[in-house]
Design a protein around this ligand. Sequence first.
Ligand code: NAD
Length: 366
Amino acid sequence: MAGIKTEEKIQEGSIYGQIVSMGHEQLVFCYDEPTGLKAIIAIHNTVLGPSLGGTRMWNYASEEEAITDVLRLSRGMTFKAAISGLNIGGGKAVLIGDPKLKTEAYLRRLGRFIDSLGGRYITAEDVNMKTRDMEYIAMETSYVTGLPEIKGGGGDPSPVTAYGTYMGIKAAARKAYGSDTLSGKKILVQGIGQVGKHLVEYLKKEDAVIAISDIDQKKLSEVVSWSKAEIVAANQVYDYPMDIYSPCALGAVLHDESIPRLKCDVIAGAANNQLKDEERHGQMLLDYGILYAPDFLINAGGLINVYAEYQGGYKKELAYQQAENIYATCLEVLHTAYRENETPQQTALKMALERISSITKVKLSY
Ligand code: NAD
């Protein structure tokens, strides 16, 4: 009997088509009627170790939107872990629904689904998930991290993410200006949430000239009260003259319309997937003479923190020490990119892929 040619059966744009084109290993659909749980878990790559990535709860407009999100985010986790030197792979979970619907039973049911994967996927917090939610998940599985400090966990990873981002900003400044001092540099932080507000604290200590933007007036007033930062309206960010733009709110902020308007030398922030199109907009920034520090590299502090916790014997100082390495890696990426005439995003991805490929060979050899 003739063998089945699988590749001929996969249609572009279908779910299998997306999995194949993005290189995923597994996509798991979970449903529980009594609690209303609708979860999708994506495992992108487990060459370096079990996949790790947060659970995001969102009122997705459609199942397709949720699938695209979980596939894209889990792939990003693979590269983030690889370039950060961590022995974990990329995974992510999304929960479809209104975050207000979360109950203990709902989260414990999710925990049981995660447990059924036998450790191939480890979860943590992401958008609309808190350390308390991780505690419920932990009642059903040990494949969870990001537990509260009081319970021996690493707590909220955002401060470590902010510290790593700060290291990335300093490395980018060194490449752009020849010095990593941020004193006197005008830096706009877009989004002063969990990460952004901690980042403002670091920038203030260095006497940077800080501007902030957010859609939440309460947060703006709170941060202005101690930082004395200038407030920039959300719709003025792309036209605001600044040295460094630090996107810490949303993804896809760098696109055809925003890039030509930007008046900055450097972009370095914590938001995931800042480039709307990695290739096109990475190249556009290079052409406009704007230095871009790859987001998945400089926002890895949170992952470093939850991984440190998962390994056991969590020590906060060690997590911060490891996040400090982002400075050296970022500088290496930027030097290599400009030497090789490629975008920093391309260089960082190449470095991550090289690590995965070399460890694949190690694992296949005797
Ligand atoms: P958060 O939800 O606490 O903060 C986001 C902030 O952005 C909020 O204050 C929100 O009001 C603001 N915002 C939303 N839309 C805006 C707009 N149009 N203009 C200006 N501000 C706007 O989230 P966070 O945990 O601080 O994460 C920020 C970003 O960093 C996200 O993209 C997240 O995926 C990424 N990230 C976070 C971590 C982490 O450890 N928390 C780790 C890696 C990456």
